[in-house]
Write a protein that binds this ligand. Sequence first.
Ligand SMILES: *Cc1c(COP(=O)(O)O)cnc(C)c1O
Length: 372
Amino acid sequence: MIKFLDLKAINDSFEPELSQAIKRVMDSGWYLLGEEVKAFEKEYAEFIGTKYCVGAANGLDALRLIFRSYIEMGYMKEGDEVIVPANTFIASLLAISDNKLKPVLVEPSLETYNIDPGEIENKITRRTKAILIVHLYGQNAMCPEIEKIVQKYDLKLVEDNAQAIGAYFGKTRTGSIGDAAGHSFYPGKNLGALGDGGAVTTDDKELAGIIRALANYGSKKKYVHDFKGLNSRLDEIQAAVLREKLKRLDADNQRRNEIAQYYCENINHPDVILPKAADYFRSKSSYLEHVWHLFVIRYSERERLQQILVGNGIQTQIHYPVAPHKQSAYSELHSISYPITEAIQESVLSLPMSQVMDDKSVEQVCKTINKF
Ligand SMILES: *Cc1c(COP(=O)(O)O)cnc(C)c1O
């Protein structure tokens, strides 16, 4: 069986370091807001290339906390609008609406599956306060056009970096491009914890301070509460685990890139649409613009292809079968149609992808698709 994602094999490949890291926390007797989190925040900020990193309980909270802080700082208020790609994972929208802000959906480009920069300006109104770019499937979504729009309309640029940890835009990492970024360490992400985890990165000292307080009952000093905060913290065990896994992240992402290249060069089925990534492979750069959280193909009869693959012992998944604007949770968006997002949603299929996949399995996936 070729698994879509073998989390056990991934984490086993970090032994004995992970067991030692957990033991270190057990021996310390300290479980929250201690030395491991402090060290991870410092190492992760250095890795991403920002001045500050604040741990959070998960990626959704990291994003929620960013918008909540902008509200506390007076940059935004209830009913203000935030631009977001229509084909993202629903958590991007939840972070906006949870703060009583309004998600304004923009269609993606069919070439990259990331927000189409040419469609953004049409959606800007007097109430637009921010753009939330999502580096979807692991691919950088930033480009000079977005930079221009952000400057022209004086918007905040927030990054959803849940899927693209380790990726670059030019020579800077995603997560350090905008005013603030939310990161997820959900077990299946490229940098996965052994449970939930998340973080915010930013160069904005005031923002980092408010987020840190908000995530800790709104308190900077024990029993003094400046905000109606929440409890959203990265715990010591997860921080200790992430410190070990961070050391190998670039190498792991390079391995993903190798697998993606093999897929792109060896899947040749006339009706299967592969990701357009030839440039990355040609450039042979260590500054990966795509870290292949997911390897997503499109095919008009994807259910049939998925069945054939399962029949041959190959697991696949669909990211995502129902777009946010079609979910019951977002009934207010049902009346608007997003044809590109819907076309993507109806045809995407994610192939097995992870750093522990061996060459033989990758080859077998290609052969099975080509035979189909
Ligand atoms: C995973 C993910 C999130 C949420 O992260 P959690 O840690 O699961 O809360 C947000 N946005 C995107 C694009 C994601 O893939």
